[in-house]
Ligand binder design. Structure first.
Ligand code: ATR
Length: 270
């Protein structure tokens, strides 16, 4: 079988490396390549992919929304999120899925355990936040809280969540078992803080969806306040594993995928 990831730019994508490690571990003679598709060429995407005779592909920045008009079908999850990161090609039919949110939640379950009773706050209300909130809504009984800089972002949310302004987070933050940053704020040192780490639950788990750098300034600050932290590496690994499952029906070798990515990233220098 043959797969790919489409994006622009795509040179630094770790997806081919991660998937090849998985194929090797599972003894599968499959291919996975990175295809650079500039936005100006996107209108030819069906022809470009057909020429490659792929069985499926991943979609990354900036094409996750644009791909939708070229699909034949979409999963409920992808439709609710309004973005697609995985396409399965079946007898020429293109079916869109979104595994980003599920990927984050699968990784979080492996790290945290059962999420049924967890009180969870998501910072940011963009595409990544929506995907994670959707996936969380499938596994937790508690209402999910989402805080954003601008309240207008919540207008197109179809999910039943509790929405807050980021400005009010300090007064509610003590309620949560898990806090997930999906904003780009606090990626690097010297940026402002997206929230205060005072008055959190002592056993709170503070998460970021970013893994380059391996420890964002946001997670560093949380660690300095003695909070447990969790970066976005597993989200990347598990979204890939979920895509692979959609394409092949098979489970992935998560450990091998993670080791392959970590070796490439060399976190001591990122
Ligand atoms: P993604 O797909 O990664 O979620 P996105 O859809 O562009 O990206 O969403 C970015 C999120 O980060 C939004 O919630 C955005 O807040 P707004 O809706 O108010 O724009 C948030 N964000 C970006 N820069 C921010 C900043 N400087 N402070 C607070 N939130 C910020």
């Amino acid at each position: 079988m043959k797969f790919a990831v489409i994006g622009h730019p795509i040179d630094h994508s770790l997806s081919p490396h991660m998937h090849h490690a998985n194929f090797k571990s599972l003894n599968l003679d499959y291919g996975y390549e990175a295809l650079n598709i500039p936005p100006a060429h996107f209108e030819h995407i069906r022809d470009i992919i057909s020429d490659k005779a792929l069985d499926g592909f991943n979609v990354t920045i900036p094409h996750k929304e644009r791909i939708i008009e070229y699909l034949d079908e979409m999963s409920d999850e992808a439709r609710a999120i309004g973005a697609v990161n995985t396409v399965k090609i079946e007898n020429g039919k293109w079916i869109g899925y979104n595994t980003d949110g599920t990927g984050f939640v699968k990784g979080l379950q492996a790290k945290y355990g059962d999420l049924t009773d967890a009180h969870i706050l998501i910072l940011g209300a963009g595409g990544a936040s929506k995907g994670i909130a959707y996936a969380l809504s499938q596994v937790t009984d508690k209402p999910i809280s989402v805080a954003n800089r601008s309240m207008s972002r919540f207008k197109d949310w179809q999910l039943d969540i509790q929405s807050y302004s980021l400005q009010d987070v300090a007064s509610i933050a003590h309620q949560f078992d898990i806090i997930i940053n999906t904003t780009p704020v606090g990626m690097h040192q010297s940026q402002e803080s997206v929230m205060s780490f005072e008055q959190l639950k002592p056993d709170v788990l503070v998460c970021d969806i970013i893994y380059i750098p391996f420890q964002t300034a946001f997670l560093k600050e949380a660690a300095e306040k003695e909070c447990a932290t969790y970066n976005g590496l597993d989200m990347f690994i598990y979204q890939g594993a979920e895509s692979f499952k959609i394409w092949t029906g098979l489970d992935s070798d998560i450990m091998t995928m993670r080791n392959a990515v970590i070796k490439k990233l060399n976190p001591t220098t990122t």
